[in-house]
Design a protein around this ligand. Structure first.
Ligand SMILES: Nc1ncnc2c1ncn2[C@@H]1O[C@H](COP(=O)(O)OP(=O)(O)OP(=O)(O)O)[C@@H](O)[C@H]1O
Length: 365
């Protein structure tokens, strides 16, 4: 297929997404590119996306390698272009979060997408606002299948991946990841839409990403429910946040929850985001994540002693988080959803990544 690369729409941990124009038809595409020798995740994503077709999943348009004018060989995943940005952008644009009727509409679309992909034996494994884009007709479409995997049958020992603030307890503990962990992430995405921030990231808490991983995995807590939400919404979230994966509702069950069925199918105002943003991902804060610093920090504060001891007990299971490559600066963005995707191996080995410097290793499981 002939196409011409345009402006950058977003940059993630593994690839860059560009707008592009398809020759002959003038159709606008989104093209996700990475250098060929670093394209393992992108190829995986293309393979999964090519097997899916739903109005609530970003459309696959092809994949190819290309020699660029500078001689670099790239791998390119061609997709349907979603003109209205991500749900993270929508929440930010609205200033402090979306109205409940809009949240209902997008949640319904996400669950329709998940119901479909789950029925096809695929788990997304990185559901979050910045991975859901808004299509031409205002519908939410699940994108970024870079962490997705086939889950029929579910294999407990397989690598787990995703974004810490959106991880289900069993994922944070590195045990298993599948359809039910996508449902936990839907709950986190509802919180993100309602408050403009992912769960566990209250500005006042000052918690590091590692202690958030610990909290999710071992504390027995569920994310705090935004007080502004209706009782129906809170009940819906409780069904998503069952700590036991088997008790969590399925996408089909949630689509029949009163939170989603008693409201009209509100259409969001189109054109609310004029252009798809650049990256919402800020990897740099992870450079502050260092096991020694983390332990020291926990031990300094007597209130953290218990957590420090428990950290030691569970450190083998959570494993050691370290930056693989040189990230410069160290900024902890706990408010703005600056969580990066981590690729986690149950065996403690790093799963080959296309951009090593942006990938974290969680080992020792
Ligand atoms: N089909 C699309 N249409 C419009 N914009 C898109 C599309 N796909 C992605 N984007 C934009 O590009 C950004 C990065 O895309 P994506 O999340 O797929 O990349 P990634 O490298 O996998 O990121 P991550 O580090 O979150 O895994 C998105 O947040 C979004 O802003």
């Amino acid at each position: 297929m002939e196409w011409t690369r345009g402006r950058i729409l977003g940059r993630g941990s593994t690839a860059t997404v560009y707008a592009a124009t398809r020759h002959n038809s003038n159709e606008i595409l989104a093209v996700k590119s990475s250098e060929l020798h670093r394209s393992e995740f992108l190829k995986r994503e293309a393979k999964i996306l090519s097997s899916l077709s739903s109005p609530y999943v970003i459309g696959y348009r092809g994949s190819e390698t290309k020699r660029e004018s500078n001689g670099v060989v790239t791998y390119n995943l061609l997709m349907e272009y979603a003109p209205y940005g991500t749900l993270t952008d929508a929440a930010a644009k609205n200033g402090g979060g979306l109205e409940e009727a809009t949240i209902v509409k997008y949640t319904r679309d996400i669950l329709r997408g998940l119901e479909y992909i789950h029925s096809r034996g695929v788990a997304h494994c990185d559901v979050k606002g910045s991975n859901v884009v808004v299509g031409e007709k205002g519908e939410a479409k699940i994108a970024d299948f870079g962490c997705a995997k086939r889950v029929d049958p579910e294999v407990d020992s397989e690598a787990v991946m995703g974004t810490p603030a959106f991880m289900a307890p069993e994922v944070a503990r590195g045990e298993k990841q599948g359809r039910k962990s996508d449902i936990w992430a839907v709950g986190c995405t509802v919180i993100e839409m309602a408050t403009e921030s992912p769960p566990w990231t209250e500005a006042s808490s000052g918690e590091s990403p590692v202690s958030v991983l610990y909290r999710v995995g071992y504390s027995g807590e569920a994310p705090e429910l935004p007080c502004l939400l209706t009782e129906e919404a809170k009940d819906f979230l409780e069904k998503c946040f069952k700590r036991e994966a088997k008790e969590r509702w399925t996408a089909t069950q949630l689509l029949n929850h009163p939170f989603l069925i008693t409201k009209p199918n509100t259409e969001p105002v189109s054109g609310f985001v004029s252009s798809s943003p650049t990256s919402v991902i800020d990897q740099t804060f992870w450079s502050s994540v260092d096991e020694e610093e983390e332990t020291e920090e926990l031990q300094e504060d007597p209130r953290n002693l218990d957590r420090s001891n428990m950290w030691a007990c569970h450190s083998e299971r959570i494993g050691r988080l370290r930056c693989v490559g040189g990230l410069d600066g160290s900024r902890l963005d706990m408010e703005g959803g600056g969580w990066i995707t981590v690729r986690v191996s149950c065996e403690g080995t790093m799963i080959g990544g296309s951009h090593e410097e942006n990938i974290l290793e969680v080992g020792g499981l």
